[in-house]
Design a protein around this ligand. Structure first.
Ligand SMILES: [Cu+2]
Length: 356
């Protein structure tokens, strides 16, 4: 967001504006006072400027702390050729969501939440997505992966637009293994994506095809059990509909994992499936404090594409897998955030709480 700050700020609660204008001493002090009155825990003497209060996750029917580890393997059955068929049901619905305390956004959603369900399966599985459009606009489901052109979920190609009231079953084999995504491909694309029609699509590598290294990423193998896995979708919201974002997050709710740090068992490795769907800003990033990590671009390799880095950037729809070890580290809070400071101060800031 460039230049839209003051217009946007007038529509945000005072606390979030204070967070957005951290250099302004008066608002900064007001933020401190409001925060202390609220009994909000502060991080450090100077504090981290962020929205105070809580989003009502129960009313919204979406809790980022639950979403983090909620992988949907669908309804599994066996088909004639011996493979596994996985069926998923996705309904597009218009749904208001709360993205920061008191900040509501009129989203278009898959199954009522932003992001939609994290669809996960094993490489080679047959996938059926039973899609219905109960929303107010035509939508599609466009998966990143290898599949027939007819099933691509793009306006004017194959089955094309699914109009309100219509249904269609998308069907394909899960290829290639990796960390992918799905989203609506209706026109205008930037509006349909930014309104909330996206989710992650994870395909576990098959150890029988790719060897031992694949085992640590496949739930049927003991080597995967020690891993602490999380899905993180970097997203943002244009609350004023001027093609600039006012609120940034991982998994939708600004500062959620600052207020509810992600607990990590120190001596078990961490794997983050990271997806960037941020609209309007060309690049987002993930930066970890006090540690380094390995990165697998698109998740389509079993050897890291970057080793020992502490920051990785992704353009829109880029994604990858981050692997972190805190083994032997001092227990405590390890921050991670977008290294675009503006995004961090407007909500994309989080904490790993590393415990022994
Ligand atoms: Cu759409």
């Amino acid at each position: 967001m460039i230049g839209g700050a003051s217009a946007a700020a007038s529509l945000l609660p005072r606390q979030l504006r204070a967070g957005a204008q951290g250099d302004d001493q008066a608002s900064h002090e007001a933020d401190h006072a409001a925060s202390q009155a609220d009994g909000e825990a502060r991080h450090g003497e100077h504090g981290v400027a962020m929205a105070v209060g809580e989003v009502d996750t129960e009313a919204m029917g979406y809790d980022p702390s639950v979403f983090l580890t909620d992988f949907d393997y669908g309804e599994a059955s066996q088909i004639d050729d011996g493979r596994t068929l996985r069926e998923y049901t996705i309904v597009a619905v218009d749904q208001e969501i709360e993205i920061a305390p008191g900040v509501f956004f009129p989203a278009w959603t898959y199954n009522g939440t932003v992001p939609g369900p994290t669809i996960r399966c094993n490489e080679g599985d047959r996938i059926q997505i039973h899609f219905s459009n109960a929303g107010s606009h035509p939508h599609t489901l466009h998966f990143h992966g290898i599949h027939s052109a007819f099933m691509d979920g793009v306006a004017g190609i194959g089955r094309g637009m699914i109009h309100p009231g219509e249904s269609f079953t998308y069907e394909f084999d899960a290829e290639p293994y990796g960390c992918h995504l799905y989203h609506c491909h209706a026109i205008p694309l930037k509006r349909h994506i930014h309104k909330g029609l996206y989710g992650a699509f994870i395909v576990n590598p098959d150890p029988e095809r790719h060897g031992e290294l694949a085992r640590k990423r496949h739930p049927d193998y003991a080597e995967s059990e020690e891993w602490q896995e999380f899905i993180m979708v970097m997203n943002a919201f244009d609350t004023t509909f001027d093609d600039e974002n006012e609120v940034y997050a991982v998994n939708t709710v600004a500062f959620h994992y600052m207020k509810h740090p992600i607990v990590i068992e120190r001596d078990r490795p961490v794997r983050v499936y990271l997806v960037n769907v941020t609209e309007f800003d060309p690049i987002n990033s993930f930066h970890l404090h006090a540690n380094f990590f390995d990165y697998y671009d698109h998740g389509t390799t079993l050897e890291p594409t970057h080793r020992t880095i502490d920051t990785v950037m992704q353009c829109q729809a880029q994604r990858g897998i981050i692997e972190i070890s805190f083994a032997g580290f001092e227990p405590g809070q390890y921050m991670f955030h977008a290294h675009q400071s503006e995004f961090a101060e407007l909500g994309w800031m989080s904490i790993f709480e590393v415990v022994e």
